[in-house]
Design a protein around this ligand. Structure first.
Ligand SMILES: NC(=O)c1ccc[n+]([C@@H]2O[C@H](COP(=O)([O-])OP(=O)(O)OC[C@H]3O[C@@H](n4cnc5c(N)ncnc54)[C@H](OP(=O)(O)O)[C@@H]3O)[C@@H](O)[C@H]2O)c1
Length: 314
């Protein structure tokens, strides 16, 4: 039996689905059983546990052949100290791994997590790696995932209204764009096969490196908008925009730091691109299947359509 933390999230759900489809028993852990009904319908045992509650996680981990450990979400926009949140969840997961006697862990980390500072929220994942890797007798594989393609979905509004993606990244820096579905599926696969020993790191670099300028070109093709472009915003402008949307100073600082780390090449992939560090979904397929339908459904002015809130929305 494999335990998936963050099973209501993107990589967690994909990991659970991969294992269930391969015939494994799965325990899906999240804060709300309601958000895990889809996995329950596929045969998963559902366990409610707050990720910051080590006792609840310990109970959930007992008897597992392996666990998928993930700190979710990416960030909490109005959090005054998001690093403290990451540390609390990392400590809770580590305590639960120790107390439950689990011996196989696949943990979600990020490209750039080698660095102890200067990479925004990725430094929290660096500390997560350091902390959990100290538990003796556990085989831990850190999946250092690349830049999620799903980050592009945050830009649907401006994309639709202004035919552009604006972000602080250098337009021509190659980014290891990867989908969360591929990351989750690989987490499930690695958990089930368990071919490594001790603590290891595996970068998941996506199908190929893609720059922001190239990503905008793929979008232009998919949505048939020849004038669609990528526009690099200044770090100060990016920070001010986040603050104007209610993002805390702490989180805005972190997001700006990510951009600095990427543009300076401090955050970069370090392992050779091989079949094992690559994942299948191309940027073209992601844009066609995930981005373009949302783009077409958005209002021409880019504002969200009004309507009743959907169930389970945070
Ligand atoms: N964005 C990137 O490019 C990138 C790249 C590499 C690595 N990463 C890492 O990937 C991880 C995110 O993985 P993911 O995409 O699978 O997560 P995700 O789908 O974004 O996580 C969503 C889940 O987070 C939980 N959540 C939301 N708000 C919360 C709160 N206030 N407190 C506790 N839990 C909350 C919810 O789970 P429940 O309500 O079901 O409990 C929700 O289903 C992060 O550690 C991030 O640093 C991101």
């Amino acid at each position: 039996m494999f335990v998936i933390t963050g099973a209501g999230g993107r990589t967690g759900r994909a990991a659970a689905m991969h294992l269930l489809a391969a015939g494994h028993r799965v325990r899906a852990v999240g804060r709300s059983a309601q958000r895990l009904t889809g996995l329950a319908a596929q045969g998963a045992d559902v366990r409610e546990a707050d990720p910051a509650d080590p006792a609840a996680l310990t109970e959930a981990f007992r008897g597992a052949e392996g666990i998928y450990a993930v700190i979710q979400p990416n960030y909490i926009p109005d959090h005054p100290d998001f690093g403290a949140f990451q540390d609390q969840v990392a400590a809770s997961l580590t305590t639960a791994v120790t107390a439950s006697g689990v011996t196989r862990v696949v943990g979600l980390s990020s490209w750039g997590a080698r660095h102890p500072q200067g990479t925004g929220p990725v430094t929290g994942l660096h500390r997560f790696e350091q902390r959990l890797s100290t538990v003796p007798g556990v085989d831990t594989l850190w999946l250092r995932a690349g830049y999620f393609m799903e980050n592009l979905l945050d830009h649907i509004g401006t994309a639709r209204a202004h035919h552009r993606i604006s972000a602080p990244f250098d337009p021509d820096i190659p980014l290891p764009f990867v989908t969360t579905a591929d990351v989750g599926a690989r987490a499930g696969e690695e958990l089930a096969t368990g071919t490594w020993h001790g603590t290891q790191v595996l970068e998941l670099q996506g199908q190929r490196d893609v720059s922001m300028r190239e990503a905008a070109g793929v979008i232009a093709n998919a949505v048939r908008a020849d004038d669609f472009t990528y526009q690099q915003t200044s770090l100060a402008g990016f920070h001010a925009e986040l603050r104007s949307k209610g993002v805390s100073a702490n989180v805005a600082d972190m997001m700006a730091e990510v951009a600095e780390a990427v543009n300076s090449r401090c955050a970069r992939t370090e392992q050779p691109r091989t079949a094992r560090t690559s994942t299948p979904t191309s940027i073209e397929r992601f844009i066609e299947e995930e981005f373009a339908p949302r783009y077409r459904a958005a209002r021409p002015d880019g504002n969200p359509r009004q309507g009743p809130p959907r169930g389970g929305e945070r």
